[in-house]
Design a protein around this ligand. Structure first.
Ligand code: ADP
Ligand code: MG
Length: 345
């Protein structure tokens, strides 16, 4: 529909936007939370103090630049360049890519490869989360497994390059990039001296600062057996991040079987150890993200040991028989609310 005075409209829009900005500024009140689809997921940023258009714009621009560096589903990203040069030559990457690569290799080392950023060929083969998802043949899986191995990822921090030694190798930062992005948002909040905010990058949640009334934030732990949005319990946290990896996030079903997106680097199939989700609470979101996938892949014993080796990190494991186990440090701050589940020691 066209206005009778189209040239006046933009002016009016600007004037009213300015008026709104002024009112907002004069009351020192935050403007509403904003949600955008970026880094492959819905990202909701809620600046509860000093929220401004400029702050939101800076945050989403930062998220877009991270996506442009390390998206696995886009041509022209730095990650894509590294993958294309596999077996050929090292590729210069930016500081974000380098930082994520260093962290990812660290977790690969800590998990003895259960978490592996070179899992790309397997992710591509299964295509879970896309309409092309299908169960690959045993031969295809064997071929993909041959290309996986974090020791063949050469991270040269001095030169600022990444190199995949074998042709056909592919990096995939899907298990860690969202956490890194959440920490990057927290850096902007600190620089802008924003006192409180909630950063939710597709379920990768970071609570920043203290709530206005001084009480801890209450963050729901997603129900891995149910619908998106429902939760099995609440964790009370302050200045922490909460990240869940689960079978409900991305999956497809074939012949009555569910195939989810956390893949075993040993056998090439979705990890099948009875777990349906692992939630991590930690100081840094990059650690929480890497740990949630790592602990899921490792299972309870090894996963718990790994989590406990990272200062400030805690975990809540959930199994398909609806039992729940938590690390001792989180028990007092975790309240189960869904009576179908039960906490065991
Ligand atoms: P979400 O994407 O739901 O946050 P995760 O953080 O657990 O879930 O990451 C899962 C993603 O990580 C997969 O979609 C895939 O891109 C990648 N991935 C799958 N298996 C592994 C693995 N064993 N090690 C590292 N990354 C993995
Ligand atoms: Mg993860």
């Amino acid at each position: 529909m066209r206005s009778t005075s189209p040239r006046l409209l933009p002016l009016f829009a600007i004037a009213s936007a300015m008026a709104f900005a002024l009112i907002a500024a004069s009351c020192a009140r935050s403007i509403e939370a904003r949600t955008e689809f970026v880094i492959g997921t819905l990202c909701r940023i809620d600046l509860q103090d000093q929220g401004s258009d400029a702050a939101y714009r800076e945050i989403f621009a930062r998220l877009r630049s991270i996506e442009e560096a390390m998206s696995a589903n886009k041509d022209g990203t730095e990650l894509d360049a590294v993958n294309r040069a596999a077996g050929i030559a090292p590729v210069a990457v930016g500081a974000d890519m380098m930082a994520v690569a260093v962290k990812a290799v660290r977790y690969a080392e800590l998990t003895d490869g259960a978490f592996d950023p070179t899992v790309g060929p397997l992710v591509k083969l299964w295509n879970i989360g896309t309409p092309e998802a299908r169960v690959p043949s045993a031969e295809e899986i064997a071929a993909a497994l041959k290309l996986i191995g974090w020791r063949d990822l050469v991270v040269d921090e001095k030169a600022g390059t990444l190199f995949l030694k074998k042709p056909g190798m592919r990096l995939d930062f899907g298990a860690i990039a969202k956490g890194y992005a959440a920490d990057a948002v927290a850096e902007i909040l600190a620089r802008r001296r924003i006192k409180r905010a909630v950063v939710d990058l597709g379920g990768n949640v970071l609570v920043y600062g203290k709530k206005k009334d001084g009480s801890p934030w209450r963050v729901g732990v997603q129900d891995p057996s149910g619908l998106r949005g429902s939760h099995i319990g609440i964790v009370r946290i302050e200045a922490k991040t909460l990240v869940t990896s689960g079978v409900y996030e991305r999956f497809f079903e074939e012949d009555g079987r569910r195939y989810h997106h956390i893949l075993s680097t040993r056998d090439g199939y979705p990890v099948s150890n009875g777990l349906i989700s692992v939630t991590i609470v930690a100081d840094k979101s990059v650690d929480a993200d890497a740990l949630s996938t790592s602990a899921f892949a490792l299972g309870w014993e090894k996963g718990k040991a790994l989590v406990e080796s990272i200062p400030g990190a805690e975990a809540i494991f959930v199994w398909d028989d609806l039992t729940v186990r938590a690390t001792p440090g989180i028990k007092k701050d975790f309240a189960l609310s869904d009576e179908r589940y039960r906490i065991v020691d």
